[in-house]
Design a protein around this ligand. Structure first.
Ligand code: THU
Length: 134
């Protein structure tokens, strides 16, 4: 679990990341921030493409950025959308988050009081994980 101060910082980082979103097609800007076990924060935004299927969500941008920096242990993922209701990670992002541990917590927030707060295991029940390939 992140501390209240960490969560606040993660929310600030995720909100700032949404400003960087490249979303000319959907116009739906998303920002994400991941907290590593070592206490580092990595951010990400959605990056769309004229070939729509290649759009990458903010959550995956953040996770991949952290992994590229050598991090593989995560405490939580925070998602921000400038909407009235909180946005849950899509199925693909849930699977990518789950890869790094069923206990990772996901928090989504928005411009209203709505929140999502749950473990990735609860968001993606009966998921396949690395241990299933042993
Ligand atoms: N998107 C995210 O980045 N994260 C989510 O949790 C939901 C969806 C992006 C993908 C696409 O660029 C746009 O939002 C509309 O689906």
């Amino acid at each position: 679990m992140p501390s209240p101060a960490q969560l606040k910082k993660l929310q600030t980082v995720a909100k700032a990341a949404a400003v960087k979103a490249y979303a000319p097609y959907s116009k739906f800007r998303v920002g994400a921030a991941v907290l590593t076990e070592s206490g580092k924060i990595f951010s990400g935004c959605n990056v769309e493409n004229a070939s729509y299927g290649l759009c990458n969500c903010a959550e995956r941008t953040a996770i991949f950025s952290a992994v590229a920096a050598g991090e593989r242990k995560f405490k939580c993922v925070v998602v921000y959308t400038p909407t009235k209701t909180a946005t849950a990670p899509c199925g693909a992002c849930r699977q990518v988050i789950y890869e790094f541990g069923p206990k990772i917590r996901v928090y989504s927030f928005c411009n209203g009081p709505d929140r999502i707060d749950g473990s990735i295991r609860s968001l993606l029940p009966a998921a396949i994980g690395p241990e299933d390939l042993d």
